[in-house]
Each structure stands twice: as structure tokens, then as C-alpha cells.
Design a protein around this ligand. Structure first.
Ligand SMILES: [Zn+2]
Length: 305
């Protein structure tokens, strides 16, 4: 068996996976939001639960976190957790008495989908989660590709193309990263809502917008078309920088009907002449891919800091 912990901004989920990396038991507890010591205690209690449930004190465990884990100094940078300036991996491993690898949750998703997931059989895959935020991960031959700062695949904070800003008169909004006019401000789930506000002056969630578009609402069809155009530019950026064989979509936005066909058609419109778009695929393991990838972290030999 294998253990995994999904450390989120509101919940800490522990998952016990069988030998085939299928989750068989889960336990969720609230995330202490203000105090680092309390956060460590909560993670330790989930590690204890995993060990006792598996009846294995040496159970391999990996953790996915919603932020960037600096490979050089072990610092974990995330806006949702009280970990600023802390070496989370080191502190958890010391408490647990075993090495517990830590990785960005979107990188875990990419790792999971690259190994026996939707990306099986492809050499270079880009895992892309579009939900409340946007995150990604790059895998080559089933292994994560990190980059100098472990920032590779953070496409959400690339600025929107000026052509699109001008075409739709898009406001330059503040992003959670502290900068302005990042892709995330209009392409993540809440970004789709902002787009509907800007283009149609309605307050709707991403799910409501896609449902209305599907039912034939002309205004929402237009909003979704503009969103597809924006997202296609972001995918084009991924192709220009990484040129993956396939892009695997996860997160709430991937639930929009036929989203992969819509984005493939969008990519063909914006791509350079005489280039082939990557295969666009939906995640095979859905919401379980995060814990599946986290459980894989201790099993791989390229993840040592
Ligand atoms: Zn940003």
C-alpha cells in the first residue's frame, strides 16, 4: 500500500492507495490556517492515521501542496498556508522519522497522468489544471521536469496577449500573485465569471455559464467562445515554449462539455502555420490524480532535493 496527503488551503486529505495506486480509504480534516506548529501537528495526525490504517509504520508517503516547492532551499511558497520562510518537507520528515517528499499538487497531477494515465504512451506531456486557479506540470518519459526554480509550467502568471486585451477591451485586473493581467485573471474558473461580467454584465459561476451556453443562450455562447479563444492562446504559449506531445486537462473547467474539441479548434486558429497542435486529452484519474501523483513521489528516484 501507499500513502498520500493532499494539503489544501481548507482541508488536509489523507488517502491510502492499494498496490495499483487506487485510493481505498480517505480521511479529511480542516487545515489550520494561521499557525505553522498547528499545521505540522495536523499533518502528523494524518500520517499517523495512514500508518495505523495500513498497519505499516514504514508506509511510503508523499504530499501534494498548493504552491511552489523550492528544490534548492526546501522552502514552500504558497499564499494559502502559514508556511512562509519554513522548510516544510524537512520539518515533516523530522517529525515523521522518515523522508516524506513534497511537491506542487499540479506537478503531482501531471506525474500521475504521465504514468498509466491519459498521457500513457506519450514522451512529453503537459498536465494542466484549470479550476479556481491554473497550474501545471511537465513530464518527460514519465518523470517530472522541474526547471531552475521549479517554476516550469506556471503558465497562469504569463500576461494576457495585448491583441486579446485590445480586441475585447479587457480590464487589467490584479492577480493573486501580486502582478496584473495574468492569464489566470480571465482563464481560471472565477476568470470565466469575470469575462461574463465584462462582456454580458451578468454574475454567473463558470458552471452556470457553460450550462446556459449549452442550452443555446447566445450571450453565454459568446462568453464561452471568447474564453476558448483566450485559453487557446495560453495553450499556444505552452506549445511555443514546451511543444508537448499532449496536454492533459483537469480541474473544474475540464467538465465543460466537449472542452477538448473546442480548445483544439481554438488552437488551430491561433497556432503558427504548418504546425500540428498537441493531442488534447481529459485526465484519466480525475480528482484522484493529485493523491495518486503524491503517492508516486517516494517511488521515483528523480525527486531527491
Ligand atoms: Zn499572476
Amino acid at each position: 500500500m501507499h500513502g498520500a496527503i493532499d494539503l489544501g488551503g481548507t482541508k488536509i486529505e489523507a488517502a491510502l492507495l492499494n498496490a495499483d495506486l487506487i485510493p481505498i480509504k480517505r480521511q479529511r480534516i480542516d487545515t489550520p490556517k494561521d499557525d505553522y506548529e498547528q499545521l505540522l501537528k495536523a499533518i502528523q495526525s494524518q500520517i499517523n492515521w495512514l500508518r495505523s490504517t495500513a498497519n505499516d509504520e514504514q508506509l511510503s508517503i508523499g504530499i501534494g501542496v498548493p504552491g511552489v516547492v523550492d528544490k534548492k532551499n526546501g522552502l514552500t511558497l504558497t499564499s494559502n498556508l502559514p508556511t512562509k520562510g519554513r522548510k516544510l518537507r524537512q520539518d515533516i520528515s523530522n517529525l515523521a522519522g522518515q523522508d516524506i517528499p513534497l511537491e506542487n499538487d499540479c506537478r503531482c497531477f501531471a506525474l500521475s497522468e504521465a504514468n498509466d494515465g491519459a498521457g500513457a504512451g506519450y514522451k512529453k506531456i503537459f498536465g494542466l489544471i484549470i479550476g479556481t486557479g491554473i497550474g501545471g506540470g511537465i513530464c518527460i518519459d514519465g518523470k517530472l521536469s522541474y526547471g531552475f526554480n521549479n517554476l516550469a509550467a506556471e503558465v497562469s502568471h504569463i500576461p494576457l496577449p495585448s491583441t486579446m486585451v485590445a480586441k475585447y477591451n479587457l480590464p487589467l485586473l490584479q492577480c493573486g500573485c501580486g502582478r496584473t493581467a495574468c492569464y489566470e485573471t480571465f482563464v481560471a474558473g472565477p476568470g470565466l465569471s469575470r469575462l461574463a461580467q465584462h462582456l454580458a454584465e451578468v454574475n454567473l459561476t463558470a458552471i452556470e455559464i457553460s450550462a446556459r451556453a449549452e442550452a443555446g443562450d447566445e450571450k453565454m455562447i459568446h462568453v464561452l467562445d471568447v474564453w476558448v479563444e483566450l485559453c487557446s492562446h495560453m495553450l499556444d504559449m505552452i506549445q511555443l515554449l514546451v511543444d508537448p506531445d499532449c496536454i492533459i486537462l483537469g480541474g473544474g473547467i475540464s467538465l465543460i462539455k466537449n472542452i477538448e474539441q473546442k480548445l483544439l479548434a481554438g488552437m488551430k486558429k491561433v497556432a503558427l502555420d504548418n504546425t500540428h497542435p498537441p493531442h488534447l486529452l481529459l485526465a484519466k484519474f480525475g480528482d484522484s490524480s493529485g493523491v495518486r501523483g503524491a503517492a508516486m513521489l517516494p517511488l521515483l528516484d528523480n525527486l531527491e532535493e
